[in-house]
Design a protein around this ligand. Structure first.
Ligand code: TRP
Length: 381
């Protein structure tokens, strides 16, 4: 089978998501799950209506358990290797919506250890500092501190270790290597790390001392972790965590997901609004090389990073989005106009966001898991 270039560390921009679902063995999100969600939430988030969240594992079962009154929680996370960009907050926005609509607590893992092990040039003190910087972004999105618990790996390992030890014993090196592509020169920190990401999916059960169904909204690039988690969960006495996967926000350049390795193609929450506007104006689009050709042949919104920004984040109104799609396709809308309309939306969003982000500095402590929960006890599995 041909290789798909989506791993936890790299991804193309316009991925063939149908193939990815097959290769990863996940299920496409269908009207069935969407309407089950709607019956619980009353209305649907645009990211669900538009299938930005498009595939899942056991999301249907999770909703069923939720409906029948089972203890449930949410889990997601971030590898703090730098400042946060829009691609990172995309799943968090949806997670916040789920938290509000379903009244769920969220466990949020900041993997400063992972990023330290992964990136040659990063000091642990730096990734740790980014864990707190990135927490500001989470808080700026409006998460409720009473229901949101941030775990910083390097500092909160005592919460994870009683679970991690038992998880580690279930995973052989050959499974690790096959799943993550480790080689002989991979440092053993990275080899151990998946154990910690998996451990958090079992943490709510320990903290609540009650079997807890966990839903993980995240990019499909994180799926390898959950495949292992689901395989070993029953033998450890934990429910299998469910997933709902989002598509990756394309970067503003000609290829690749929005990524910190190409800062000129990523919009950071800390970018001065005018810098962000410039990045939008310089974005690579799905347009034709000349105005004449664009008028005659139309553009390709399906392969356009600017259109995707509207679709995934900046246009809530379905009707207006459709109009934009077709005026692009028919050549009525030129890329320059389309970008010029997006730039101020992005700038205004950032202005507001940055105010909330600064205010968040005073309240980060309230969001930290430590101090809110007792450490899990070592128990018989
Ligand atoms: N490994 C993820 C990253 O590099 C961070 C992470 C930890 C995560 N736990 C998670 C992401 C749970 C999604 C869901 O970004």
């Amino acid at each position: 089978m041909e290789e798909v270039r989506v791993t936890p560390w790299e991804a193309e921009a316009f991925v063939d998501y149908d193939r990815l679902i097959k290769v990863f063995g996940a299920k496409p999100l269908t009207e069935r799950e969407v309407s089950a969600l709607k019956s619980l939430t009353g209305e649907l988030h645009p990211m669900v209506r538009r299938y930005v969240f498009y595939s899942h594992r056991d999301f249907d079962i999770y909703l069923e358990r939720l409906r029948s009154g089972a203890r449930c929680a949410l889990y997601t996370g971030r590898g703090p290797s730098g400042y946060t960009h829009l691609g990172h907050i995309l799943p968090w926005i949806f997670t916040k919506w789920l938290q509000d609509r379903l009244g769920l607590e969220l466990f949020f893992q900041m993997t400063d250890d992972e990023k330290f092990w992964h990136d040659e040039r990063l000091e642990l003190s730096e990734s740790n500092a980014y864990a707190y910087e990135n927490s500001l972004d989470l808080i700026a999105l409006g998460f409720d501190y009473r229901k949101t618990h941030i775990i910083v790996d390097s500092e909160d390992i005592g919460y994870l270790y009683p679970i991690a030890t038992r998880v580690a014993k279930k995973i052989t090196y050959s499974v690790q290597r096959a799943t993550f592509g480790f080689t002989d020169s991979t440092n053993v920190g990275l080899v151990f790390y998946p154990v910690l990401q998996i451990a958090v999916s079992f943490l709510p059960t320990e903290l609540y001392d009650e079997p807890t169904e966990v839903l993980i909204p995240a990019g499909i690039d994180q799926d390898p972790y959950w495949r292992i988690a689901r395989d070993i969960a029953p033998s450890l006495g934990y429910p299998k965590p469910a997933q709902i996967h989002n598509k990756l926000l394309p970067g503003l350049g000609p290829e690749g997901k929005m990524s910190s390795s190409k800062p000129e193609t990523a919009i950071y929450t800390t970018d001065p609004p005018e810098v962000a506007s410039q990045k939008v104006m310089r974005a690579f689009t799905g347009g034709q090389p000349t105005v004449e050709l664009q008028r005659r042949l139309g553009g390709n919104p399906d392969r356009c990073s600017v259109y995707k920004m509207y679709e995934m984040l900046f246009e809530e109104d379905d009707e207006k989005l459709r109009e934009r799609y077709w005026s692009c396709r028919t050549g009525a809308l030129l890329c320059g106009e389309c970008k010029a309309q997006l730039a101020p939306r992005v700038a205004t969003f950032l202005q507001d966001f940055q105010k909330r982000r600064e205010r968040a500095r005073d309240v980060v402590d309230r969001y930290l898991l430590r101090g809110k929960f007792e450490k899990p006890r070592v128990r018989k599995s």
